[in-house]
Design a protein around this ligand. Structure first.
Ligand SMILES: Nc1nc2c(ncn2[C@@H]2O[C@H](COP(=O)(O)OP(=O)(O)OP(=O)(O)O)[C@@H](O)[C@H]2O)c(=O)[nH]1
Ligand SMILES: [Mg+2]
Length: 207
């Protein structure tokens, strides 16, 4: 029987992973002053922020759950050593106590609007079955005031019929004529490639 030559493989340096979990933070941390560019994912709880991060990276790094409130920390995922995808906790979860909701709101605003960092882009995600909520509107107003670039992802578009889809998108267009929106599905991968190319370019990753 022919012997397999495994010595060659043993000495090869392993390929660098596309992305890795760098850190989860709950307050100030040196990682936010890192010079590498950041793209942040925000939105109501359960809209699919962590699922979107995973779909874009092509690996299940961010923890997801059908129960709202899964992500508690601000999670930094390093992409190709060039920059970070930042997965934030969700707001607006009805069953959360007022105190807990306020704490999360402050935490999100500290990161997004505290002036400590300026992400290259804030990806605001909505669940198309729920639509834009008042919490989303409040956040959009704050981000607009601070001059943050925003991209709206209309996630879970796979759940809508053709007619519903057209209506939801027309509604977004009407309410936010100045914000770009993209119909999206993290689970069915709709527009994942397009969004990935856009965000990777912002992190300085090409091809
Ligand atoms: N049908 C459908 N379900 C999705 C999609 N994206 C996410 N989900 C589901 O929505 C649920 C919530 O997803 P997560 O990614 O955990 O949501 P999140 O916004 O990170 O939630 P929090 O961390 O609690 O703020 C999970 O059950 C996902 O499988 C999508 O595009 N289509
Ligand atoms: Mg999450």
């Amino acid at each position: 029987m022919k012997k397999k030559n495994i010595t060659h493989d043993k000495h090869r340096t392993p390929p660098k992973p596309l992305a890795l979990f760098a850190r989860g933070i709950r307050g100030s941390d040196p990682i936010i002053y890192d010079k590498k560019p950041q793209v942040a994912f925000v939105g109501r709880s359960n809209v699919g922020k962590s699922s979107t991060v995973n779909a874009l990276l092509g690996v299940r790094l961010a923890r997801t759950s059908s129960t709202p409130g899964k992500t508690q920390e601000i999670n930094f995922f390093e992409v190709k050593g060039k920059g970070y995808f930042v997965d934030l906790p969700g707001y607006g979860y009805a069953k959360m106590s007022a105190d807990a909701a306020e704490k999360i709101r402050k935490h999100i605003l500290w990161y997004l609007a505290g002036g400590e960092v300026k992400p290259k882009l804030i990806v605001l995600i909505i669940d198309v079955r729920v639509g834009v909520t008042d919490n989303d509107r409040d956040l959009i107003a704050i981000l607009r005031d601070e001059g943050h670039p925003m991209l709206l992802l209309a996630n879970k578009i796979d759940k809508l019929t053709k007619n519903e889809r057209a209506k939801v998108l027309a509604h977004l267009e009407q309410e936010f004529p100045d914000i770009e929106y993209i119909p999206f599905s993290a689970t069915k991968k709709e527009n994942v490639g397009v969004v990935r190319a856009r965000l990777f370019a912002l992190l300085g990753i090409h091809g």
